[in-house]
Design a protein around this ligand. Structure first.
Ligand SMILES: [Zn+2]
Length: 562
């Protein structure tokens, strides 16, 4: 399939499913016999995201797939006595939305900071939990919040936390790379001024030389928190939230074999309501160790089906907002007099060793790389692997790829890499300006640059780092507007069609499934979303504001009308 790709892919991942889809679209009625439809949707504004970006009025579904797509007149006869007929009354239908990088839906049993709008709100929420706790109980927050949502636009630090919890240890979790501890927690885990920062991590100090409570990346391993409960009920509850936001497919960027097996059980029991591609993640520093853990897992590359599939191996080489590994120092004072360039969580030699081993074993690799120095490391390792055995048509990825440089694009292109990009800037805009300076912040996740160079870019959120609604991703990529920092990087705006591509068919491409889903075409899985407004023409703000009317996965309503 890939061999037939036109050299210029610009804005048209869809080009290469066109041949199959158009041929199939003639067959709504096989041999003149109308196929009985399970469901038909009529009187809609259906944005198919096929190769022509066709707009049609109606859809027929049978056996979980689209069996016909076209005008009301063409679709109506496919409804038999047992067919469910849904009158859309002019509403818009788009293909089911996907998130290429979603850890979980946020929430959880910890202190909820998602609604905090000031440091005082954060401290009040923690104080309330302290009051319900016994002496010695460890208080942990949920991770789905960011300091950019706070009026002060800064992290709460050790001294702030001591004010509300002098005795109970407090661990404030923020996103995937950062803990902040109060003094009681630092004591509990014996972290002092003398504790050395572990390789690939940081124990941060304030201006006074004292610990400010911040532990970044691998320094988080100094603290032991109980793992989140992994149950079918918990996963199903999360998936219901995702369905309500229009998600029909997600890619878990790094989880355990146990989680994969649980998802398989859910599929078997018929309780899975979102399609999952799961990357595995093992924290190892050598090829042989990786080989051992893969063998112990009993899992093979790409095993699974259209509901749950293994999608490759997740690795990471740098931190996040406060630790992305850069060629140039951070902006002051975070640059620490031009010395701080971020955190390299896995150095070149062991990383290359692991990557080459994975390639030998036939695994695809997806590496977290935020900064340009991190991208350099990824490219060096991928090129070494590619010299052993070509990776060019295997859709290896860079996850995030915040600040690619001009010299890196051709190297990425030569390896056939796919970009898994998210709307971090939407949430963290002001922080990124502080950490990296205005210029780098404006270049963060340069969608226009990626698309103009012919990259296939799959959209997502990195939830719970950024909230999961996929329409917010589309809104941000189209406007480059942010929650609290205004428009950043105006020249990186993309069109609505391009954003919709990134959230649908490009995600299907990311997981080698562009022939079975990602657009509304005959023969594809009947995953769709009904929206109250036309996503291609509504007011910009409405992209962010509108609420999903209905979500279908495999022809079954998983949110909205049943
Ligand atoms: Zn992530």
């Amino acid at each position: 399939m890939i061999a037939r790709l036109p050299s210029r892919l610009r804005s048209s991942v869809i080009v290469f499913c066109a041949a199959t889809a158009i041929a199939a679209s003639q067959q709504g009625q096989r041999g003149g016999q109308p196929s009985p439809a399970d469901t038909v949707l009529i009187n809609g504004h259906v944005v198919t995201v096929d190769a022509q970006f066709s707009i049609v009025e109606a859809i027929a579904i049978a056996g979980g797939k689209f069996i016909a797509v076209g005008s009301n007149a063409a679709i109506r006869p496919l409804a038999g006595p047992a067919t469910k007929v849904i009158d859309l009354h002019g509403q818009t239908v788009i293909p089911g939305l996907a998130d290429g990088h979603l850890h979980d839906a946020g929430g959880g049993p910890g202190v909820d900071l998602s609604r905090a709008r000031s440091i005082a709100d954060v401290l009040a929420a923690i104080a309330a939990r302290v009051r319900q706790s016994r002496p010695g109980d460890v208080i942990v927050t949920n991770s789905d919040w960011h300091e950019a949502q706070l009026a002060e636009q800064r992290l709460p630090l050790r001294k702030d936390l001591d004010g509300v919890s002098p005795a109970n240890p407090v661990v404030v979790v923020r996103g995937g790379h950062e803990y902040i501890l109060n003094s009681a927690a630092l004591r509990k885990w014996n972290i002092t001024k003398e504790t050395p920062s572990p390789s690939g991590g940081r124990i941060t100090r304030g201006d006074d030389g004292e610990l400010n409570g911040e532990l970044i990346d691998r320094a988080k391993a100094l603290v032991e928190l109980p793992p989140p409960a992994l149950t079918i009920e918990a996963l199903a509850a999360q998936h219901r939230k995702l369905n309500a936001a229009g998600l029909t497919s997600i890619r878990y960027p790094g989880a355990s074999p146990e989680q994969y097996r649980l998802l398989r059980d859910m599929a078997r029991q018929g309780v899975l309501t979102v399609r999952v591609s799961q990357l595995l993640r093992f924290n190892v520093d050598s090829g042989p160790r990786m080989r051992e853990l893969i063998a112990a897992s009993g899992l093979t590359p790409d095993e699974g089906d259209e509901w749950v599939r293994i999608g490759g191996m997740k690795l990471g080489v740098d931190g996040g907002f406060e630790g992305g590994w850069m060629r140039q120092p951070y902006a002051e004072p975070y640059g620490e007099h031009g010395t701080f360039r971020g955190v390299n969580t896995m150095t070149q030699a062991p990383f290359t060793d692991v990557v080459r081993e994975l390639n030998r074993l036939g695994w695809r690799v997806a590496t977290h790389a935020v900064g340009d120095a991190a991208i350099d490391e990824v490219l060096t390792a991928y090129e070494a692997a590619n010299a052993d055995r070509s990776i060019v048509e295997r859709r290896w990825t860079i996850e995030h790829g915040f600040v690619p440089q001009a010299d890196q694009f051709p190297r990425m292109k030569a390896l056939g890499l796919v970009i898994s990009a998210q709307n971090h800037l939407y949430l963290a805009g002001p922080s990124l300006v502080k950490y990296w300076g205005a210029e780098r912040a404006a270049w963060t996740t340069p969608m226009r640059a990626y698309l103009d160079r012919g990259f296939i870019v799959a959209a997502g959120t990195d939830s719970p780092v950024v909230p999961y609604p996929p329409l917010w991703v589309i809104y941000h990529f189209v406007t480059r507007n942010t929650i609290s920092g205004g428009v950043l990087g105006r020249d990186q705006k993309i069109t609505r069609r391009e954003a919709l591509n990134a959230a649908t068919i490009a995600n299907a491409y990311l997981t080698f499934e562009e022939r079975v889903k990602g657009s509304i075409e005959v023969g594809k899985l009947a995953d769709l979303v009904v929206l109250p407004e036309d996503i291609l023409t509504c007011a910009e703000k409405d992209l962010e504001r509108m609420r999903v009317t209905m979500t279908m996965v495999g022809g079954r309503a998983v949110f909205g009308e049943r």
